[in-house]
Design a protein around this ligand. Structure first.
Ligand code: NDP
Ligand code: MG
Length: 385
């Protein structure tokens, strides 16, 4: 029986992870964190009986205490960032699923690694901000970072049985998001409602906006760079609107190996939780005959600037990807609160990256410090309405 903790259990990936655990008898849920969603916490406790829970939104502590009293919850209860770390380092847990959104995932992930836990990583922001540090720690503590992001799971699956020096390049596929084929003038008309509708996936608000700007693909390029130790010149992005091929690896003999599946996150989640084995299907079957055709296009990086900016940040190295990530998190937050217009997101990220150049060597403390400084800068400089 594999014992699992989920940090960010109440979100889109968290809920789908719960469904995998529900249907896979080899997995058992030990610890969870939620931020603000008390009804989800109640459902989780009643169905899965975890032995430890954490609540991270201070505004919800009282409500949580009342709920736990009402449920006569006998397990451990903790709060805030300390609570997250507690859930991520529980003694009996084998694998921690990091399905919370944003940079806040970095500290608990680092602590989980130090406690010898394998990580099923959905929280890509962690690797974008501090990939070099996190991968070195994983190496040092002999733990596996198992990708949950569908593209990285596809690459990981396509890499099985190969040697690193045989890999020529990685081809990340992208749906292109809801504004694929549109131009810059169109992006000026985009509203929150338009940005929050993704054609192929139902996800949390932040990643849905990131997918529409193609920042998500930029974050994934950086995530791939660290997960698979490949240079930016060897990572390409193809727009593939059907979202059936989840990504590919091209080898030195020009063979390309791809992983295909229905667009259903439960498949990569289940693979990460059962690796190196494959369990019985939880995700839906793929009907290729019904799909008929698959297509590929070059991304329009002139309109979707953030994809190019991610390569720029990655190549600059050091703290630039952390700066880019924090600027984007804050810009998306401002957009979701109607404080900036949609098309300004990429401008905010670009201007902030230029403002925070040459910050010296990357350390964990510096990443955390930079995050605070960048967010503060973005909030003060760009809050427009
Ligand atoms: P959601 O917004 O649906 O869920 C986010 C989760 O994080 C919730 O459990 C939420 O708690 C919690 N959370 C929010 N803010 C905080 C905070 N400040 N401190 C601690 N916990 C917090 O996001 P998704 O599930 O869509 O995405 C999660 C991660 O997975 C992201 O990094 C995303 O990029 C990645 N990912 C998602 C995919 C998807 O299909 N959704 C695909 C690939 C990667 P609560 O709801 O209780 O407030
Ligand atoms: Mg993805």
């Amino acid at each position: 029986m594999k014992k699992i903790s989920i940090i960010g259990a109440s979100g889109s990936i968290g809920t789908q992870t719960l469904d995998v655990i529900r249907k896979d008898s080899g997995l058992s849920l030990i610890g969870v964190s939620v931020h603000s969603n008390m009804s989800k916490l109640k459902e989780i406790i009643m169905e899965f009986h975890p032995t430890a829970v954490a609540i991270t939104s201070e505004k919800h502590y009282e409500e949580a205490k009342e709920l736990l009293n009402e449920l006569e919850f006998q397990g451990e209860v903790s709060f805030g960032i300390e609570g997250l770390i507690h859930i991520a380092t529980l003694h009996e847990v084998d694998t921690v699923v990091t399905s919370l959104v944003g940079m806040v995932g970095l500290k608990p992930t680092v602590e989980a690694i130090k406690a010898g836990k394998n990580i099923a990583l959905a929280n890509k922001e962690t690797l974008v901000a501090a990939g070099e540090i996190v991968m070195a720690l994983a190496d040092k503590y002999h733990v596996s970072i198992l990708p949950v992001d569908s593209e990285h799971s596809a690459i990981f699956q396509s890499l099985q049985g190969s040697r690193h020096e045989e890999v020529e390049k990685i081809i990340l596929t992208a749906s292109g998001g809801p504004f694929r084929g549109r131009d810059k003038a169109y992006l000026k008309t985009v509203t929150k409602e338009m940005a929050l509708k993704h054609p192929n996936w139902v996800m949390g608000a932040k990643i849905t906006v990131d997918s529409s700007t193609m920042m998500n693909k930029g974050l994934e390029v950086i995530e791939a760079r660290w997960l698979f130790d490949v240079g930016y010149d060897n990572i390409e992005v193809y727009v593939h609107p059907e979202s059936i091929i989840h990504s590919m690896v091209q080898y030195r003999d020009n063979s390309i190996i791809a992983q295909l599946g229905a667009p259903d996150m439960r498949l990569p989640i289940q693979y990460a939780l059962n690796y190196p084995h494959r369990a019985l299907a939880v995700a839906n079957e793929l009907d290729l005959l019904k799909i008929g055709n698959l297509s590929f296009q070059k991304p329009d990086t002139d309109t979707f600037r953030l994809l190019d900016l991610a390569y720029t940040a990655g190549r600059r190295g050091g703290l630039q990807t952390a700066v880019m990530n924090s600027a984007n998190e804050e810009a998306v937050e401002l957009f979701l609160h109607d404080r900036i217009r949609y098309y300004r997101i990429s401008e905010v990220v670009e201007e902030t990256m230029d403002q925070f150049r040459n910050l010296g060597e990357i350390t964990l403390d510096k990443v955390l410090e930079t995050d605070i400084q960048v967010r503060d800068y973005v909030r003060r400089k760009f809050k427009e309405v």
